[in-house]
Design a protein around this ligand. Structure first.
Ligand code: FMN
Length: 357
């Protein structure tokens, strides 16, 4: 099944493998995609669906060093290199919109941009800056209603730019503690206005962003990634988490989103997502369901056969095996990822992983 073609909305995928979104920090000039990035994605175009690294829809969302954006004409032109290279090889590619929100350092942002989030609480931990190494996160400004409306509009504008840049669709990153999850998660969202204080109010920002993007480019081109029970960036489970996410997913399904991408990072040390919740999310979302986190060919096949997902995403295996699909088909050995080059500029550990002869 893993290697069979699959039609997702209006997009025909060559197989049921997905390259999971992975930040690689190679957008060295002006947070703009470039020819090296086009080579990297084109090398992996035999995935059924490629999802890009996290890409900010706003200057304010560029929390990490050298991550790409998609909010100006230069960035559209940069991404056009990538989508053309992938399409030339018969691949399909969605762009992941990751607004970092409070997971940011001011030094990583361009002039005039601001670190912001649902509240003023600082994200725990540290992050890399090219000028001064590891630094505590910058204290965010709490977003007022006007700033929330502006952020929603930025996602919708970026969705239109994504189509202009040649993407087949967009994925909204509502996982791993970035801006959308900062609103969803009760451990982060301490608001008491109409964007916080109850499950429905915490879901509101995610649903407004999704609806604005659906209005901009159509639901068949909009997916969302979620990570209930994830612990990245000061998130974690909270009272009522499962019920809140089921309600969210019911609404996303009714809105016509093309896919739901559900993440389980227990293979990376996070608490496991309860099996009952996974099943409930799967049955609640009526369109395509993607599962991610810790899969190999055998566990992916088993999940597809059991009906637990329509597509399976692979992260690290695609990072270090450009020809992952061919290797899995043959049962060939896989390369191992080199963590030391995950986020470093240049070709090393990026476009130089070996392919089978
Ligand atoms: C280097 C690296 C960067 C990542 N960056 C992102 C990202 O930008 N957006 C995202 O949603 N997940 C990101 N992830 C998580 C992956 O998409 C995936 O969920 C995770 O690696 C688990 O899948 P795996 O076990 O197949 O690697 C990243 C993972 C890695 C290893």
């Amino acid at each position: 099944m893993l290697f069979d073609s699959y039609t997702m909305g209006k997009t025909v995928l060559a197989n049921r493998t997905v390259m999971a979104p992975m930040t690689r920090s190679r957008a060295v000039a002006n947070n703009t995609a470039n020819a090296l990035m086009a080579t990297y994605y084109a090398q992996r175009a035999s995935a059924g669906l490629l999802i890009t690294e996290g890409v900010s829809p706003s200057a304010n969302g560029l929390g990490y060093a050298r991550i790409p954006g998609l909010f100006n004409a230069e960035q559209v032109a940069g991404w056009r290199l990538v989508t053309d290279a992938v399409h030339a090889k018969g691949g399909k590619i969605f762009v992941q919109f990751m607004h970092c929100g409070r997971v940011a350092h001011q030094a990583n942002l361009p002039a005039g941009a601001r670190v912001m989030g649902p509240g003023t609480e600082v994200c725990p931990g540290e992050m890399w800056t090219d000028g001064s190494g590891m630094q505590a996160h910058t204290a965010p400004a709490a977003m007022g209603e006007a700033e929330i409306a502006a952020a929603v509009a930025e996602y919708a504008t970026a969705a239109k730019l994504a189509i202009e840049a040649g993407f087949d669709g967009i994925e909204l990153h509502a996982a791993n503690g970035y801006l959308i999850e900062q609103f969803l998660n009760a451990n982060v969202n301490q608001r008491s206005d109409s964007y916080g204080g109850s499950a429905d109010k915490r879901n509101r920002f995610a649903l407004e962003v999704a609806q604005a993007c659906v209005n901009a480019i159509g639901g068949e081109r909009v997916g969302m990634r979620i990570s209930p029970h994830g612990v990245f960036n000061g998130t974690g489970a909270f009272d009522g988490v499962d019920a809140q996410f089921v309600t969210l997913v019911e609404k996303l399904s009714a809105m016509g989103l093309v896919y739901l991408h559900q993440l389980d990072h227990s293979a990376m040390g996070a608490p496991p997502v309860p099996a009952a919740l996974k099943q409930q999310l799967r049955s609640t979302f009526k369109q395509t369901f993607i599962a991610a986190g810790g899969f190999d060919a055998a566990t992916a096949e088993a999940l597809l056969a059991a009906g637990g997902a329509d597509l399976v995403a692979f992260g690290r295996p695609f990072l270090c095996n450009p020809d992952l699909v061919a290797r899995m088909k043959l049962g060939a050995a896989l390369n191992e990822p080199d963590m030391s080059t995950f986020y470093t500029p240049g070709e090393k550990g990026y476009t130089d992983y070996a392919v089978l002869a």
